[in-house]
Design a protein around this ligand. Structure first.
Ligand code: F1P
Length: 357
């Protein structure tokens, strides 16, 4: 085994396995500084919240936006940064923009920030894992999670840590003390389950090679399904798709075969309806992986592989943990194909367009 193959994926797997410790340090720092509380008081009321990002950061925006509306009752939506500069008429004003960027250097996000701050004179809120970035200079307010930054090209602990930070801000806005208390216990609960999740995914990957990967989720778990899809695409260069679970019936299920791995990220709110889709897809011959907080006889009957998180936290707080199986699936499938998940084909860690380089 030469040096390069030995080091393949070393950053990504250590960053995935360090996620719960990173959550702990980020949540403790945020609690100590009290910055989320003072931010919550300064930010406007009765406006729509618009979460913005690119790539993983856009899928994070989707999960954060759904979490925001559930925890605060305020209107919100998620938009890719490029839509703001290419179709500005789609952007509602007034609103509170929340811009998400791990690096703080992504050109489309910087261009969107410039447009929102300078042209629309909106005070944007940024969240990033970078230090001293142009992102921080352009935006009005900036939450920095330096402990969550990564060497790998693919986002893992940065994705989950920034999601938990935005959910914490939402809980403060929504007066959800219970949610904040529950989040403090999340890292330990998840780290106790990490070995089990790891073993299930390793067994699945070593036993199968799939032609197609489908991820399904509803509510905040749709953004998680999208991110899981991207992790498998980026790290293993496999064909992967994601849909709202019940949307899968409306056409996409035509692709189901034993060579298709269909991963269900089952919510509590839509449990019965989503499990009914699972049963149907199993009958069509798909190979199924189920990620849920609790299980029942239908899941046990229809799941080829099942990961039961059994986390003692509110439903929305489980979103971050629900992406870990997808991260590991992408990683081990990439390693099995002899690829390097740290440096996926055709990708750079930051997308910087001419004029921003
Ligand atoms: C995020 C992103 C990643 C993608 C690749 C390029 O940029 O699009 O999602 O995996 O690494 O960058 P950002 O969050 O740094 O703006």
């Amino acid at each position: 085994m030469n040096e390069k193959s030995a080091a393949a994926g070393a950053n990504t797997i250590s960053e995935i396995l360090s996620e719960t410790a990173t959550w702990k340090s980020c949540l403790e720092t945020l609690a100590k500084t009290g910055e989320l509380k003072s931010l919550s008081e300064k930010l406007p009321k009765n406006v729509e919240w618009i979460f913005v990002g690119c790539g993983s950061s856009f899928y994070l925006a989707q999960a954060a936006s759904a979490s925001w509306s559930i925890l605060t009752g305020e209107r919100s939506r998620a938009i890719p940064a490029s839509e703001i500069t290419l179709f500005p008429q789609l952007f509602p004003v007034p609103c509170q923009p929340v811009l998400i960027s791990r690096s703080g250097y992504t050109s489309e996000v910087l261009q969107a920030a410039e447009y929102l701050e300078r042209k629309l004179t909106l005070e944007t809120l940024a969240i990033t894992c970078g230090e001293d970035t142009p992102f921080e200079k352009i935006t009005s307010r900036c939450i920095k999670l330096l402990a969550a930054d990564e060497k790998s090209t693919v986002m893992t602990r940065s994705f989950t840590s920034m999601l938990l930070a935005l959910q914490s801000l939402a809980a403060i806005r929504g007066g959800r003390r219970d949610f904040l208390d529950a989040l403090r216990g999340l890292p330990d609960q998840v780290s106790e389950r990490l070995n089990g999740i790891h073993a299930t995914i390793k067994a699945l990957v070593s036993a199968h090679t799939f032609a197609d990967y489908v991820f399904l989720g509803q509510g905040p778990f749709f953004g998680i399904a999208q991110e899981s899809m991207l992790k498998v695409k980026e790290m293993s260069c496999s064909y992967a798709q994601s849909f709202h679970t019940l949307e899968f019936r409306h056409g996409p299920k035509a692709i189901v075969s034993p060579e298709t791995l269909v991963t269900f990220i089952i919510s509590e709110s839509g449990f019965d309806a989503e499990v009914a889709v699972l049963e149907e897809i199993k009958k069509l011959g798909g190979t199924t992986l189920v990620i849920s907080n609790s299980s029942d006889s239908t899941i046990l009957r229809s799941a080829d592989y099942a990961i039961e998180l059994s986390l003692d936290v509110p439903e929305v707080a489980r979103a971050a943990a629900s992406v870990i199986p997808g991260q590991l699936l992408g990683f081990y499938t990439g390693m099995k194909k002899g690829l390097n998940p740290d440096e996926p084909r055709n990708l750079t860690r930051v997308v910087m367009l001419d004029g921003n380089k």
